[in-house]
Ligand binder design. Structure first.
Ligand code: NI
Length: 190
């Protein structure tokens, strides 16, 4: 196992539509090695998701691991490290909400992106077994962000107002304190 290099915005692989994996490839030694490397890479970088194109492998595979617990987005259910192969997203309710997103391939920046908050995900695991998940809220955003990578999209593509693209340091200094204050007030009101 080893930590792989995460490619950054501007690398052409991040803009390519990744190819589907065929059944014979899923569960192969090569795929297990890639996933092991991606897990090492994700843990080394300290993220919650990593798509294969981010380590320059243009295939439809992503890993997601969410520690869960109390966050500034409220209580988030934990998700143990899970591998998603050839995933598909169905929007079950188009109602959207926005979060400040970051990306390991766009280091140092944060952007506010509105996405549908109710989705159904269908994918295969490393044993080529079918999975189906219904996701809401922040998790719905995380999955859409990760699977966008498989279609050559980055979160910055979804930013409607360019003033909502900021550096992490400035986000923490100027935006986060206000976000927390607003959410705090909403919680007290609800
Ligand atoms: Ni990303």
């Amino acid at each position: 196992m080893s930590v792989r290099k995460i490619i950054r915005m501007g690398h052409p692989t991040l803009r390519r539509v990744a190819r589907e994996l065929i059944p014979e490839e899923i569960g192969s030694d090569e795929m297990h090695r890639l996933v092991a490397d991606m897990i090492d890479t994700l843990h080394d970088a300290g993220g919650i998701g990593l798509a294969a194109p981010q380590v320059n492998e243009s295939i439809r595979l992503a890993i997601i691991e969410i520690p869960g617990g109390q966050t500034r987005y409220g209580e988030i259910p934990a998700m143990p490290l899970t591998v998603f192969i050839n995933p598909e997203i169905e929007i079950t309710n188009p109602e959207g909400a926005g979060y400040w997103e970051g990306c390991l391939s766009v280091p140092g920046l944060r952007g506010f992106v509105t996405r549908p908050q109710h989705i159904r995900v269908r994918a295969l695991n490393l044993h080529a077994e079918k999975m189906e998940l219904d996701l809401q809220g922040f998790l719905a955003t995380v999955f859409q962000h990760e699977f966008d990578h498989l279609d050559g999209r980055l979160y910055v593509d979804h930013i409607e107002d360019p003033t909502n693209l900021v550096f992490e340091e400035e986000y923490e200094r100027y935006i986060l304190p206000n976000e927390s204050a607003v959410e705090e007030a909403q919680r007290r009101n609800s």
